[in-house]
Design a binder for this molecule. Structure first.
Ligand SMILES: Nc1ncnc2c1ncn2[C@@H]1O[C@H](COP(=O)(O)OP(=O)(O)OP(=O)(O)O)[C@@H](O)[C@H]1O
Ligand SMILES: [Mg+2]
Length: 320
């Protein structure tokens, strides 16, 4: 059985929606969710859930019967209890969770518009304070893969984790967060240790030159062996340096809440690739997993169960 540890953020998310939360345009034409100060805004639906990229990924792994662990930072509070309880329910090992002595667990208030887009009020708390010291004594030897997602720009912590993993021969899948992408000069050397890089198209453009996803993916193989670039409803490009895959939409579904789409996609890919599945099969599962997640509220709601039947999707594979 493959053993994967997901590292990064954990949070409690509350999703608020109702007909008074709407997407409008400001004077410049930008889409906004705006509320008059002092008003009471009625909410018709309040859904509590947990999120944070690493916990979402860990749940995908666990549901695919991978031995899944989560390591990240939470606080001693009710939100932390909620995070732990959801992970326990999905049989994710949380014995390595780190507690911040003073800060609370990351907490997001998601204001969901009827388009599936949203504004998020985010308290990062404990998920923002990773230090190198936090990870120096972690025993990674029990894992085959690390799935590393948003670390809030804690590059010193990532240096320690990646170096330890490589010493131990552990593979690394990396879905860098905005904080890491903002530190591009420190991110580049980290990529030397990465086996699978998972980014969306805009993120790919921050790392390599190129316009089209194919160009970006090809250039990406100069840095890492496997590059996967998603582009929302426009599809996916992936390459392992041997073949290159272009895929379209798995299913044209009504998007209810796109929170967790990227996590479901990235972890969906790694859940298959780590078990020796083909590039194509891994992309189909990743697409199915993320499509399922955007259909309902919450980053974990919709994550596919083991053995679910998949259908074909528009996908082509050619020699690199
Ligand atoms: N509007 C949509 N309709 C259908 N599927 C979608 C839509 N948006 C995202 N997906 C699915 O989710 C996958 C990942 O989405 P995307 O490329 O937007 O990732 P991302 O930008 O990393 O997302 P996130 O903001 O969650 O990090 C897509 O490849 C697709 O399968
Ligand atoms: Mg993403």
């Amino acid at each position: 059985m493959v053993r994967i540890c997901a590292l990064g953020a954990a949070s409690q998310d509350v999703f608020l929606s109702g007909h008074e939360i709407v997407s409008t345009k400001d004077e410049s034409g930008a889409l906004v969710e705006a509320f008059p100060l002092g008003a009471k805004i009625n909410i018709e639906n309040a859904v509590f859930n947990t999120g944070g990229g690493a916990t979402n990924a860990a749940v995908t792994f666990a549901r695919q019967r991978i031995e899944a662990s989560f390591i990240g930072k939470i606080g001693h509070d009710a939100a932390g209890v909620a995070v732990m309880s959801e992970l326990d329910n999905d049989h994710v090992d949380t014995s390595g969770v780190l507690y911040d002595p003073t800060l609370g667990t990351q907490y997001s208030t998601v204001l969901l518009a009827n388009t599936g887009e949203r504004s998020i009020l985010i308290y990062r708390g404990a998920a923002h304070t990773h230090t190198a010291k936090d990870y120096e004594d972690v025993d990674f030897s029990q894992y085959d893969w690390l799935y590393v997602s948003s670390f809030a720009g804690a590059m010193d912590a990532l240096d320690v984790i990646f170096t330890r993993a490589k010493e131990l021969g552990i593979k690394i899948a990396f879905n860098p967060g905005q904080g890491e992408l903002d530190e591009i000069d420190r991110l580049r050397p980290l990529l030397e240790d990465v086996d699978v890089l998972l980014v969306n198209k805009d993120e790919a453009k921050l790392i390599v030159e190129g316009e089209s996803s194919e160009e970006l993916a090809r250039h990406g193989t100069n840095l890492v062996p496997v590059v996967v670039i998603s582009d929302g409803p426009n599809g996916v490009t992936a390459t392992d340096g041997k073949t290159i895959i272009e895929a379209g939409m798995y299913e044209d579904v009504p998007v209810v809440d796109r929170t967790g789409a990227g996590d479901a996609f990235g972890s969906g890919f790694v859940s298959q690739w780590s078990q020796g599945k083909s590039l194509k099969d891994s992309i189909v599962f990743a697409s199915a997993n993320s499509t399922s997640v955007v259909r309902s509220i919450g980053a974990k709601t919709g994550i596919l169960d083991y053995g679910v039947t998949l259908h074909d999707m528009p996908i082509t594979e050619k020699a690199f």
